[in-house]
Design a protein around this ligand. Structure first.
Ligand SMILES: Nc1ncnc2c1ncn2[C@@H]1O[C@H](COP(=O)(O)OP(=O)(O)OP(=O)(O)O)[C@@H](O)[C@H]1O
Ligand SMILES: [Mg+2]
Length: 357
């Protein structure tokens, strides 16, 4: 490399890392050393993904970028250097053709304020949407009652059974709409907080999922049994986690029914619990939080809807109403927590983070 260019890299504020085809670190600039709080000497020649916890998905993406000679950008990449706090990064990955290196990584920490602003924007949007939908549901529910009642009265007056088929259709469809509206209107019950354990929630969800999907999905547990009790609404949290885990199982089975989806592994959903320290949730700082991950090895969330899955009525599934995640998010927010999601083919991870106090 031209010596002036190399020197410029040394001065750059953006962290730069060069990797070879085996993802071994060939170069890091001082900004990257500072970012990972390590020295060049320690990380040169190390496999880059192995510097971080839980990074098999990252390794997959980097290998893919090399194989397909196609870069990518990630707006909120989370890397957890071992023994350190998670890093939230804007990341650009570019394949390069250098004598020793095949991949160039540019990494810039996302400033905490920006992250909080993004999260807040999402929450405001979510609240506004929910309010709109609720109002709409109310408006639909009222005339629906009249419609159904009239169809019933009409049915009594009809003497030809063939005509009754029409009133049956009206009544059946009115009932279907009614059920949908009821689901749209449920979340307003205030949570009833009692002392509880997160693993009761996990175990309930696990048995419900195994009962609903008796074939083709394993549900593994990876619990931190030392997690303390906390105050929460068990019914709401079970419903939230169940909606997320059910999506995972449905995605796995949906992909299986499409041969050629490229899925090799057995369908697996992992329920993982961990303690999280020093987190900011919805603008408030918490020393301790509880993290529940639902990870599946299904096909991933379709790219077209990835940014909208928490909005009501957004569904990528035939027959889906698009309410499961909206409800899950509402229930978790009522516990002052957040739901986050990361997804790529082969690994989708939903994280529920609940403050502990
Ligand atoms: N683990 C996952 N893997 C792949 N896609 C997912 C996953 N979780 C959610 N999705 C996608 O997000 C969409 C929205 O999910 P959501 O639970 O809100 O609605 P739904 O499952 O379509 O309908 P409902 O839950 O109301 O019956 C799903 O339709 C699916 O396309
Ligand atoms: Mg769902």
């Amino acid at each position: 490399m031209n010596p002036a260019a190399l020197l410029a890299l040394e001065w750059l504020a953006t962290a730069v890392v060069l990797l070879d085809r085996a993802l071994r670190v060939k170069y890091v600039n001082p900004a990257a050393e500072a970012l990972f709080a390590t020295s060049r000497k320690t990380i040169l020649e190390q496999a880059f993904p192995e510097l971080f916890a839980d990074s098999s998905a990252l390794a997959g993406l980097l290998h893919q970028a090399i194989r397909e000679e196609r870069g990518f950008a990630d707006q909120d990449l989370v890397l957890v250097p071992s023994g350190q706090e998670p890093l939230h990064l804007d990341c650009i990955v570019t394949p390069v053709d250098l004598p020793q290196a095949a991949l160039l990584l540019e990494l810039r920490p996302i400033d905490q304020r920006l992250r909080i602003e993004r999260e807040e924007q999402r929450m405001t949007q979510h609240r506004a949407n929910r309010e709109l939908i609720r109002n709409l549901a109310h408006e639909i529910k009222n005339p629906l009652g009249g419609l159904r009642g009239s169809a019933q009265l009409l049915e009594r007056e009809l003497d030809r059974p063939s005509l009754r088929e029409y009133t049956r259709v009206i009544i059946k469809e009115a009932d279907r709409l009614q059920a949908l509206m009821d689901r749209l209107l449920t979340p307003h019950r205030p949570p009833i907080h009692v002392p509880m354990n997160i693993h009761e929630v996990c175990e309930r969800v696990r048995s419900l999922i195994l009962a609903e999907f008796p074939e083709g999905v394993r549900v593994e547990r990876d619990y931190d049994v030392g997690l303390p009790e906390f105050r929460g609404d068990p019914e709401q949290l079970i419903q939230a986690v169940l909606n997320i885990a059910r999506n995972a199982a449905q995605a796995i089975l949906g992909a299986r029914s499409h041969p050629g989806s490229g899925l090799r592994d057995d369908g697996e959903v992992v329920l993982r619990t961990r303690i999280a320290r020093r987190v900011t949730l919805a603008r408030r700082f918490h020393k301790l939080a509880l993290e529940l991950q639902v990870v599946d090895n299904g096909p991933g969330i379709p790219a077209e809807i990835r940014d909208q899955i928490f909005y009501p009525l957004v569904s990528g599934r035939e027959g889906g109403t698009g309410l499961g995640l909206t409800l899950a998010q509402t229930f978790v927010q009522q516990h002052e927590g957040v739901v986050e999601c990361e997804s790529q083919p082969g690994r989708t991870c939903f994280r529920i983070v609940l403050p502990l106090r």
